[in-house]
Design a protein around this ligand. Sequence first.
Ligand code: ZN
Length: 204
Amino acid sequence: MPMTGTFMLPQLITLAGANTVARCEDAARSKMSGSDQSSFQPKATTPDGIKIEKAARALLKSVLKQSVDDRREFGGVIYRDDTTGKIGWTGPFRGHASGRVDVQQDAENRGCPVGTTPVAWYHTHPVKEFYNIQNGVLITMGAEWDKFIGGDEDLSNKWGLTGYVATFDGRFWRYDPPPSTMINGKPTSEAFAKGRWGPLNGKL
Ligand SMILES: [Zn+2]
């Protein structure tokens, strides 16, 4: 999940249960707006799409083990050079908690160089459960690691970016926002239409 809006110190996120709260809200929101969480197997079919997917796979593969070992999300943004068509990327950035990573989506051009267009973002879901300590008691909560909801969905829909995810079990997933979400950089009335989410063929 990307960091959005208010920012909390990493140790507070980990220890004060902020994560848990955020995730609960995400789950509730997801139920209301309801992205289509049924599985499908999208596959890039254009040369450009294949290049982007290849980059996402390689980036996620390079960082998944460390992400799982550290219990930290990692992620970044993938972009296309407007002149050459070449694919590049930011990150992978190390997250501040097991359920959060700032991929700089709120920066100018999503943190990508001038003269490029962001086309996708990628991040890891390294844990099955979140741990929080509340009043000295250890609390665990399912991380909804196999879902693309809340902040994940918001980021993709808001910016019209395909979302690639690597989960701790080595699977590689893709989310496609509804195509009509953005027109000229502004959300449309279809902004709450369903996106598509599911695992891609093969492990990383
Ligand atoms: Zn996520």
